[in-house]
Design a binder for this molecule. Structure first.
Ligand code: OOG
Ligand code: MG
Length: 256
């Protein structure tokens, strides 16, 4: 099995926004470790063509997300600079079957590494916390995959947007932040920060421990998305999505 070839295939499908069969249907015996290796090789392709690693994302850190995709454990993915939206108008061009989910983002001013990192270490390394949304887009047909498939597909990463306003990590109890997501005025999903592993800081702890297995770390300046608080909603041209974070204003997205 040539992991580089699988990575190249996924990369092509990401670039062209063309859906594909699950890789686990075609390659027998792929492990989770292989899948993370494929993810890394895939991202190396992007880095070689001039992109930059902007940070990390955790996925499937809430029950709502796990149930909606039928995968029961947290995963991580890599965020590229090219995935970050700088304005609230989003073009669906280049996406296959995009969905949007509310998240809490951390930005760091110190390196975080090692197998024994604690929430205290995370707070000491955190510059700010921000409301965020992620647009995910599986490259697999019907948005259907196993744990191994979704890891290889960079945890369905596509785009993300963080709020204009940053907050002190100590401003809020991030597990108590309520979120209301509306589409075209209608409430679609509601949730609370605690949905993410009890507290979003736990997601950062888990990430640092997971990437330590590959001898990697969270670097100063990087952003980490801690995982969807609610189930993701489908996006279509013409939609207006607003995500209200208690006491922290609203993120508004116009889908074109
Ligand atoms: C996998 C990515 C999950 C999250 O925040 O839970 C994710 C998927 O749902 O396609 O980004
Ligand atoms: Mg997400």
């Amino acid at each position: 099995m040539n992991l580089q070839e699988i990575a190249n295939e996924l990369y092509r499908h990401q670039q062209k926004a063309e859906e594909m069969e699950k890789i686990t249907l075609r390659y027998d015996g792929l492990t989770v470790e292989d899948a993370y290796q494929i993810q890394r090789l895939n991202i190396d392709n992007a880095l070689r063509s001039g992109d930059r690693l902007a940070g990390w994302k955790m996925g499937l850190t809430s029950k709502a997300k796990q149930v909606s995709v039928g995968v029961n454990e947290p995963i991580y993915g890599r965020l590229l600079a090219s995935m970050e939206l700088s304005k609230s108008t989003v073009h669906l061009h280049g996406l296959i079957h995009p969905r949007l989910e509310p998240e809490i983002a951390f930005v760091f001013n110190k390196r975080l590494e090692g197998p024994k990192v604690t929430p205290r270490d995370v707070w000491l390394a955190t510059e700010c916390v921000m409301p965020a949304v992620e647009i995910i887009d599986s490259r697999y047909k019907n948005f259907s995959f196993t744990l191994t498939d979704v890891i290889a597909d960079n945890a369905s990463s596509a785009k993300f947007l963080v709020a204009d306003q940053a907050y002190s990590p100590y401003q809020s109890q991030w597990d108590q932040i309520g979120v209301v997501m509306r589409k075209n005025g209608e409430v679609m999903q509601t949730g609370t920060g605690a949905a993410v592993l009890g507290h979003p800081v736990r997601s950062v702890v888990e990430l640092v421990q997971m990437i330590h297995r590959e001898a990697l770390s969270v670097e100063p300046g990087m952003v980490v998305l801690t995982g969807g608080i609610t189930e993701a909603i489908h996006l279509y041209e013409g939609d207006e999505v607003t995500v209200l974070f208690d006491g922290m204003g609203e993120l508004v997205l116009e889908i074109e």
